[in-house]
Design a protein around this ligand. Sequence first.
Ligand code: FAD
Length: 690
Amino acid sequence: AELDTLDIVVLSVILLGTIAYFTKGKLWGVTKDPYASSIGNANGVKAGKTRNIVEKLEESGKNCIIFYGSQTGTAEDYASRLAKEGKSRFGLETMVADLEDFDFDNLDAVPSDKVVMFVLATYGEGEPTDNAVDFYEFISGEDVSFSGDNDPPLDNLNYVAFGLGNNTYEHYNSMVRNVNKALEKLGAHRIGDAGEGDDGAGTMEEDFLAWKDPMWAALASKMGLEEREAVYEPVFSIVEREGLTKDSPEVYLGEPNKMHLEGTAKGPFNAHNPYIAPIAESRELFSVKDRNCLHMEVDISGSNLSYQTGDHIAVWPTNPGQEVDRFMDILDLTHKRDNVISVKPLEPTAKVPFPTPTTYDAIVRYHLEICSPVSRQFVATLASFAPDDESKAEMTRLGGDKEYFHEKISVHHLNIAGVLKTVSKGKKWTNVPFSVLIESVTKLQPRYYSISSSSLVQPKKISITAVVEAQELPGREEPFRGVATNYLLALKQKQNGDPNPTPFGATYEIMGPRNKYDGIHVPVHVRHSNFKLPSDPSKPIILIGPGTGVAPFRAFVQERAQQAKNGENVGKTILFFGCRRRSEDYLYEQEWDEYKKVLGDKFELVTAFSREGSKKVYVQHRLKERSKEINELLEKKAYFYVCGDAANMAREVNSVLSQILAENRGITEAKAEEIVKNMRAANQYQEDVW
Ligand code: FAD
């Protein structure tokens, strides 16, 4: 797009307002090519690509490498935004890198005129994300050693750190804290503060924005960088492929990689390569009209996938048709939605986050998170592409003013199309380079579900228990509807006889690209977790699982019933389940009776129905009532498990447990809290919360 004077002015305002352009990690990623045909590549590492950081920086002419430890894509996004901002504001030669693609034993050899950034999410109970495990073990290890002999070892290293955490978890932001500590101990020099974003308080985005400006100032002064006028430079070129149509066999219409395109999909199935699994069975679990909870049986017998009781299954959703249409419409893409394009990186370390050639429609439907909330930074970025001056001014204001943004955008839960339409009063945004959207809209993420079946009982069928997300939100006429769960609801309706399911009016391309998901299939992969039954079945277990938090506990009880049938000595199993009303959302009511028949007094179900009495009763209240018994079980080395809501329930259960210990053991609450902490450290207390 050509820039007129006003553009320049607005861009400068944006600059002064410290707003940056940003992109995604996968665009700037180094060695991954998840779309290539061979499985080796599906896991990322291409033959011949270096794992040596110093070599990589040299060969690509970079002076700033931004590593991410990411589980759900947010840390990766932030890393990319830093890369983009570093480049556009300060002329840093940035690149984003996946921690698992590099070795760290020569971190000491990174020259002091370069900078290494770490954007690190903390996962689960203070754990590193999957891609950060090796790095974390290395850097925090007792006998970490480097290839050189500097003293202190990392005296050369200049680093920046930001963590993504959730204060409702016990080990808040422990990843960034521990890595920061380890780096300091090794003599590295941090620039700016080690930032911490808090998802629990819902302030992640604002925490990030507030942290990065002082950090940039400190970095600029340390490295002698001069701020320059940020001008948008596309990361990708979009090439229209006139010779191809959407029916050409080489065109991706939503297929996740080349094997899927060619119909030769095979394992290993993982986060880069889903298995298109048949849904063997599906049904509704609630008995009320206005809320839905799905039970689904996903058949993995045709794959080499396996799972263990307590693992998670990831579901790869597609966006609802109406949202795809809305997005296309406001960005004036409707007339060319089926045009075939190739997307090429204009920057050697950038990577296209989906396989091409493909169509606009396929990109928006299968690869972009178009329904999620919009970040303030993105709104600021889009200002310079507004269709008129008024919209431009409004976008700039929204981008620069936290309170205004909250009041106009956040409370209405507007997604991208919603923001654009509201701001321009319906006028189409014809000037937004498609590259900006690819750079800035998060890649559509798989959703995880705690597997609700036992692998001992049904090793080749995975159960899912998922509540269909429909939130009444103030400031919205329609309830907000979750992407993955409404897609699953459509699949369930299809399986139960509706040829054209439209849950709450939404349509989904449930047949998949080129009808490849015909016959009710869903793309999935399995993620192994540490949430596990004690290996000795005779150990007592205490399970706290209200709502869909009961999912993994259905699996646990199912497993124990099978073990009892097999003649094993099964320990006491006590399950605390809570919901609104017995007659509405009592999950698996009949099944518990069946397990009871097998397990006898080894199994006890304690229920809390929050809306039946005059006072709200939750699982933590029931737990408290059983104080003495719970303490006795714990003295017998019972394992304690909590699953479900991280924000309130898990926290309250934790504190109730401390109270129980204090009261029964005649110790102070502080001492009791210490014991609970130790139980967690020893895996005697396990959480699977979200
Ligand atoms: P999404 O579209 O992802 O929306 C989710 C929420 O995000 C919305 O409710 C809303 O609060 C917010 N949101 C999204 N878009 C906007 C917007 N534009 N504006 C404002 N807010 C917005 N769930 C289960 O039901 N059962 C399980 O067993 C289960 N196990 C899990 C295990 C793990 C390890 C994890 C991490 C999660 C688990 N979940 C489980 C949750 C599940 O992964 C999904 O988050 C959930 O099903 C919602 O997905 P969705 O795509 O339907 O909703």
